[in-house]
Design a protein around this ligand. Structure first.
Ligand code: GTP
Length: 314
């Protein structure tokens, strides 16, 4: 506040001697007066993590309470050094207007500018804070996405892109808890004399055979089925919501397709014939190991009978 303004305010302001540590008002209080500091110092605390402001002689505060009337204070004001404050309410304001309207109008213009600057500073800080929050959110999203991808990778067989044994176990567990396994069919698929392809044509040719089997299983499985590579040349299908005749047709189709492709006699071979063992998971009375054992028994029989066939275990 310039000297002439201060002199005018000092003529009409009610002087109050106040000790250090005395609170003047708190944030949210309704105020109708402003203060000019004659001596001593006060601190304005705007809360949150906004920087507190310290004001000394000839500085003023709380002017919005006077200018707007019943304005909620935006800071806690506390005297931090013993001193004298000049308090001005509506009556004193009228006196100022009568004594020197021009000086008062200058003061008001500057007071308004100060409010505008403060608001702009606040907006800039909020914008910065918003950007920081946005960046933190982006980082969180990217991390969540990466974790998700890693989780998907740990459930996927690298060579074929099918679910791996771990993913299959998780899936079975989840399905058992959500809807139960009853009524579904388990189909185990194993390549016939696969080792011979590796030995005769190399590991890469063997890999391509495994990929062909995976493609076949992918092609026949519906959205609720799950196709999996259990490891080596062993695969399985968990077929959901289909009649056993439909599953039998599906298993026969898989075996027949592999046989037809095998008969094309390309070198190196694109696929082997397949041995398939299957069972219908009839009820919840038995655990998963029981039904897996049933399908495995059927698969073993298919192998023993020379492969290239589908066997069922009731
Ligand atoms: N190319 C390739 N070979 C693999 C992979 N994983 C396992 N194998 C090989 O798969 C072969 C499986 O051999 P076996 O279990 O004897 O099966 P098989 O030769 O089909 O014999 P049968 O099932 O009795 O017809 C082994 O030689 C493994 O080394 C793989 O990821 N890629």
């Amino acid at each position: 506040m310039i000297a002439s303004e201060y002199a005018l305010f000092a003529q009409v302001g009610r002087a109050r001697r106040i000790d250090a540590g005395t609170p003047l008002f708190r944030r949210g209080d309704l105020g109708t007066s402003m203060f000019v500091i004659a001596s001593g110092a006060i601190e304005l605390d705007f809360g949150e993590d906004l920087v507190a402001k310290r004001l000394g002689p000839r500085e003023f505060f709380g002017e919005l309470g006077l200018l707007i009337g019943d304005h909620a204070r935006s800071a806690d004001a506390t005297m931090v050094e013993d001193g004298v404050l000049l308090e001005l309410g509506r009556h004193e304001f009228d006196l100022l207007a009568q004594r020197d309207p021009q000086l008062l109008s200058h003061f008001l213009r500057r007071a308004i500018m100060r409010v505008v600057y403060n608001e702009q500073g606040l907006i800039a800080r909020l914008r910065r804070r918003n950007q920081e929050l946005q960046m933190a959110l982006d980082t969180l999203r990217a991390t969540a996405h990466r974790l998700n991808q890693t989780e998907v990778l740990t459930r996927t067989d690298e060579l074929t892109g099918l679910t791996n044994r771990r993913g299959f176990a998780l899936h079975v567990d989840q399905r058992r808890r959500s809807q139960g396994l009853g009524g579904q069919s388990l189909v185990l698929i194993d390549c016939d004399r696969f080792k011979a392809i590796n030995d005769a044509h190399g590991h890469l040719a063997g890999d391509r055979v495994l990929q062909s089997v995976a493609n076949l299983l992918r092609a026949v499985s519906g959205p609720d089925d799950i196709a999996c590579r259990l490891g080596g040349d062993e695969f399985c299908l968990l077929v959901a919501g289909r009649q056993s005749q439909d599953v039998a047709r599906m298993a026969n189709y898989i075996a027949a397709s592999a046989r037809t492709l095998r008969q094309m006699q390309s070198v190196p071979p694109q696929i082997t014939t397949l041995s398939i063992g299957a069972c219908v998971i009839a009820d919840a009375a038995h655990d998963w190991e029981h039904w897996y054992g049933q399908a495995d028994t059927a698969l073993y029989r298919a192998k023993r009978l020379g492969g290239d066939r589908v066997e069922w275990q009731d």
